[in-house]
Design a protein around this ligand. Structure first.
Ligand SMILES: Cc1cc2nc3c(=O)[nH]c(=O)nc-3n(C[C@H](O)[C@H](O)[C@H](O)COP(=O)(O)O)c2cc1C
Length: 389
């Protein structure tokens, strides 16, 4: 719908805020503790500068690349996020949008749609795994993802269950029973367009996580699965090597921000890492990922594909991250704002904004390809960088 088109991710976020019930919107904002990491992810990109050229730039630009064995039309991948039930089509709408724009997408373990439906919409799906339950449970999820046709695995290992927020957390019910519906009713009624988008499908958000179901069992509730994950001791590096060996294909460790961890991920057999702090939803006080990226890329960039996620909202952010050593970036909130604002078309709108932003930034700095980018293409202020570990 032409009137639903938006020109920037910030506009999509404002639309999402107007359209979603307050608790739902705040679940997407997420963050943790004082929100310092979440804010620094954005602030750091703004601190980085660009040096434009005015004549003699190449007339066309190459944006396509590959990641984890997949050809992608530009260096952006949709990061796995577990809250896409904010729209009735959820992960399927995101997968359709990613497929239509030629990019890969991660699918969260805590997704609201079964992996089989999502892969049918986008064959370039990477399944995201948490270290939750027994090795047998985890092997079962890996085999299910393989049978569904997923083309890569992402193990997210940085979650530390720190979700208390100084600004207060939204109310998320265990299930949408009468009591929960009554509590949420005033917010939902204040957002009739959103409520109608659900009511016309004849169902309310199920709040279950079908990809965490054991074979032959019903999908557990979000909180049921979360409780099991909380009780699982953290993965060891041997466990990581075991996951890599069990999957036997392109494997990303997501959440690495220290140089020593990046080396351990390489030793465990990972083929990619994402320099990530979970979008600042986790251990607050972790620096912005783009500050830590160059040290990690220098240490392991010739051995694994180094990806960055955290704070990417525009094409110039993609270019800055690539200039500082990323092969590609993943985006978490940006497609969520698009999804909330306008479903599949909103996610396509966000991907188009990022794509054209990459292209115009390359033009502005006189580069003909995303593969040509180097540290010389960004202005890095003194004191910007962080080396961890
Ligand atoms: C609401 C929300 C839910 C998320 N759920 C997951 C998840 O289930 N699995 C995962 O690996 N990362 C998850 N993430 C983290 C994202 O994959 C990504 O690391 C982060 O959003 C990147 O930062 P950005 O939002 O600034 O792009 C989530 C992030 C948000 C905001």
């Amino acid at each position: 719908m032409a009137d639903r088109w938006f020109e920037s991710v910030a506009v999509a976020q404002r639309r999402a805020e107007r359209r979603l019930p307050r608790s739902v919107y705040r679940a997407l904002v997420a963050g943790s503790e004082r929100g310092a990491t979440m804010e620094d992810n954005l602030a750091a990109f703004a601190e980085l500068g660009l040096a434009p050229m005015v004549a003699g730039q190449p007339a066309s630009r190459e944006l396509a690349t590959t990641l984890m064995g997949q050809a992608i039309s530009f260096p952006v991948v949709v990061s796995p996020t577990g809250v896409q039930a904010v729209h009735p089509d959820g992960e399927v709408a995101v997968a359709q949008a990613a497929a239509s724009r030629g990019v890969a997408a991660g699918l969260s373990s805590f997704a609201s749609k079964p992996v089989e439906e999502v892969v049918a919409a986008n064959p370039r799906t990477f399944f995201q795994l948490y270290w939750s339950g027994s090795r047998d449970d985890i092997a079962g999820r890996i085999e299910r993802a393989r049978a569904a046709g997923c083309v890569g695995m992402i193990a997210t290992l940085d979650w530390s269950f720190a979700t208390a927020r100084d600004w207060g957390s939204p109310y998320i019910p265990e299930r949408l029973d009468v009591r929960a519906a009554l509590r949420l009713a005033p917010e939902a009624i204040a957002r009739p367009a959103w409520l109608w988008s659900y009511l016309r499908t004849g169902a309310l958000p199920a709040l279950t996580v079908p990809n965490m179901a054991r074979p032959g069992q019903l999908a557990p509730s979000f909180f049921g699965a979360y409780g099991e994950w909380m009780q699982t001791p953290p993965a060891t590096w041997d466990d990581v090597a075991w996951m890599v060996a069990t999957w036997r294909g392109p494997f990303m460790v997501k959440g690495v921000i220290r140089v020593d961890d990046a080396r351990r991920a390489v030793d465990a057999g990972a083929t990619a890492i994402s320099v990530s702090n979970h979008g600042g939803n986790n251990l607050d006080g972790t620096p912005a990922t783009v500050r830590a990226l160059p040290a990690v890329a220098r240490a392991v960039g010739d051995q694994v594909e180094v990806v960055l996620d955290g704070g990417v909202r525009r094409g110039s952010d993609v270019v800055k991250a690539m200039a500082l050593g990323a092969r590609a970036v993943m985006v978490g909130r940006a497609p969520l704002w698009g999804l909330a604002a306008n479903g599949r078309a909103g996610v396509e709108n966000v991907l188009d904004i990022l794509r054209s932003g990459v292209d115009s930034t390359l033009r502005g700095i006189g580069r003909s390809s995303v593969h040509e980018l180097s540290e010389d293409d960004v202005v890095v202020p003194a004191g910007f960088l962080r080396q961890l570990g």
